[in-house]
Design a protein around this ligand. Structure first.
Ligand SMILES: N[C@@H](CCC(=O)N[C@@H](CS)C(=O)NCC(=O)O)C(=O)O
Length: 214
């Protein structure tokens, strides 16, 4: 059985969501963040990268949520939440599977610029380039959701599972809040949030959830 090593208030909630969507059995092991809001030593000991999510499946220890989600979807979910390479929407699926890392890179560069005491203004090329990139990512998102009900095509897929954390929870780190300035995205977030598997997963492992033994 797959064990999800869940770090509290983290994007490992998307793996719980995937398992609930696929109705697959799993064990959840909960780790609290330290006072520095980082993962505790016992979490970092699981995998050299030490980032959440991490799963174990027999001898396999796998990190990086894009890899984890596609691995579970293909190996245990018959690929029904993935898009096949022969499908016309496959390139879109691939693109939106990367949205998570794309958007988070921009956010972390912004946070880095802000934290080094340099004025984040128009003369700071890192700042202006990152803002331009970030704006482009949201523009692409809004455009895609004006053309397609879901990111990977007309059907809900792993690309949606990969993206929701960024649209619902990343605001706590300063990411753009999804409001009326992004109407297609706002409607999409409402649509996807209503899914029973999403609601169940968030109640188990979402940002407001507490560890079961607490
Ligand atoms: N691209 C990675 C990002 C992983 C990541 O940054 N995880 C955060 C939690 S949301 C983390 O591990 N933070 C705690 C730490 O770095 O100590 C993925 O999708 O798995």
């Amino acid at each position: 059985m797959i064990t999800i090593h869940h770090l509290g208030v983290s994007q490992s909630d998307r793996v719980v969501w995937l398992m609930e969507e696929l109705d697959l059995p799993y064990e959840l092991k909960w780790y609290d963040r330290g006072e520095d809001f980082l993962s505790p030593p016992e979490y970092r000991a699981l995998h050299p990268a030490g980032t959440a999510p991490i799963i174990t499946d027999g001898d396999l220890v796998l990190a990086e949520s894009t890899a984890i989600v596609e691995y579970i979807s293909q190996r245990y979910g018959d690929g029904k939440l993935s898009v096949e390479p022969s499908h016309p929407d496959y390139p879109h699926y691939l693109y939106w599977m990367q949205f998570n890392n794309n958007l988070q890179s921009a956010l972390f560069i912004k946070l880095a610029v802000q934290s080094c005491g340099v004025e984040p203004g128009p003369d700071n090329v890192m700042w202006t380039t990152t803002l331009r990139r970030e704006e482009g990512i949201y523009r692409a998102l809004e455009q895609r959701l004006g053309e397609s009900e879901y990111l990977g095509g007309p059907q809900f897929s792993c690309a949606d599972i990969m993206s929701m954390f960024n649209l619902t929870s990343l605001g706590m780190l300063g990411a753009r809040v999804i409001d009326d300035s992004l109407p297609n995205t706002k409607a999409y977030v409402e649509r996807v949030s209503a899914r029973p598997a999403y609601q169940k997963a968030m109640s188990i492992a979402g940002p407001q959830a507490t560890r079961p033994d607490a």
